[in-house]
Structures are given as structure tokens and as C-alpha cells.
Design a protein around this ligand. Structure first.
Ligand code: IMP
Ligand code: MG
Length: 183
């Protein structure tokens, strides 16, 4: 394992804590318009979406049911395997409920596509997705988030919940990882 501190592995900060906070306020306002009378199940995709999920939920001005699902698609690599495995399923039965999936980042789009199909098979009243980051250049399938925080270039980013090999998640900003760290 590398001995350098995590900060030293960051090439540059893409989104500061303040910028993140501002953007989440905007998304929360939009969602409050859409969901105020729907009592949705808001689902966090662990672990990457955890920071975004908590900061977003705390700004939603309507009743929600909070739920969590844990999936794994990457192993310890920076490349998508395309294989999604459920590590921990949700608690709530979502049949006939409005569901909002909260995801950290769309890269190839395979994870979100899989999750949307899985959730749809459980026959919710509606299903939408809010994704914090979107690498629009990298999609390998037809997938789009209904709400998106930031559209980003094809760089490997960490912090604010996002990891490389389970490190860097607790950095408070979104930073671009130096390529030599994962090369
Ligand atoms: P996809 O299936 O290729 O869209 O990959 C989505 C998942 O890969 C996300 O939920 C993340 O866990 C992970 N991922 C993709 N790009 C990055 C990145 O730049 N940093 C950290 N994790 C990433
Ligand atoms: Mg991840």
C-alpha cells in the first residue's frame, strides 16, 4: 500500500465543498417540487452515494422513506467489469411506491441500467434517478439520469463518497486522482 497521504494523490480539485453544497441545494429544490406529495422511497446506492445522499435528504422538504442497497461492480480496479452483484438488498417493498434512486456516478452506465431494470421488475409506481456525477463521454449503453449534479470529463475522481480501492471516500471535495496512483 502507498505510504503517501491521500491529499498528495490528488491532481486537482474539481468541485469544492462549497460548490457541492450549492448544487445540492438546487437539486433538492427541484426534487421538492416533484415529490412533495408522493412520499417516495429514496434509495442510496452504497457506498459511493452516501455523502451525496445524506446531504441531499437533509434538504428535502417532504416526507421520505430512506433505504439503502449495496452493489458491487468494480472490485479494486478503476475499470468497470460490467457485472453487478447485490451485496445488501433494500428493506422496503417498493411495489406501488414512488422510487428515487440516488447514485454517485455514471461511467459506462451499466450499473445504473442494471439497477433500473431490477427496480422496475419490482413494479414501483414510478422510478427516477438522481446522479451526482455523469461521465457523459463514457456511456456504453442507453442510460440517462433524470437529475444530475455535474457532467464531468473522462477522469477518475475520488472524494465525497467516491473511492479508489476503498480509499479517499472521506475527502470532502471531488478531486481528480493522479493517474500514476492507479496506473
Ligand atoms: P458504471 O457501471 O461503469 O457506470 O460504473 C458506476 C460505478 O463505478 C459507480 O457507482 C462508481 O462506484 C464506480 N466509478 C465509476 N467511475 C468512477 C470514478 O471516477 N471514481 C470512483 N468510482 C467510479
Ligand atoms: Mg464505487
Amino acid at each position: 500500500m502507498r505510504i503517501t497521504t491521500e491529499q498528495n494523490d490528488i491532481d486537482y480539485v474539481l468541485y469544492s465543498e462549497e460548490r457541492i453544497r450549492e448544487r445540492i441545494k438546487e437539486i433538492a429544490a427541484t426534487l421538492t417540487e416533484e415529490y412533495r406529495d408522493k412520499n417516495p422511497v429514496v434509495v442510496c446506492i452504497l457506498k459511493g452515494a452516501s455523502f451525496f445522499y445524506v446531504d441531499l435528504c437533509r434538504l428535502l422538504r417532504f416526507p421520505i422513506f430512506m433505504d439503502f442497497i449495496s452493489v458491487s461492480s468494480y472490485g479494486a480496479s478503476a475499470q468497470s467489469s460490467g457485472v453487478v452483484r447485490i451485496v445488501k438488498d433494500m428493506d422496503k417493498n417498493i411495489t406501488d411506491r414512488h422510487v428515487l434512486i440516488v447514485e454517485d456516478i455514471i461511467d459506462s452506465g451499466l450499473t445504473l441500467k442494471y439497477l433500473k431494470e431490477l427496480f422496475t421488475s419490482r413494479r414501483p409506481a414510478s422510478i427516477k434517478t438522481v446522479c451526482f456525477l455523469d461521465k457523459h463521454e463514457c456511456h456504453q449503453c442507453e442510460v440517462a439520469a433524470d437529475y444530475c449534479g455535474f457532467s464531468i470529463p473522462n477522469r477518475f475522481v475520488v472524494g465525497y463518497g467516491l473511492d479508489y480501492s476503498d480509499f479517499y471516500r472521506n475527502l470532502p471535495y471531488i478531486g481528480v486522482l493522479k493517474p500514476e496512483v492507479y496506473a
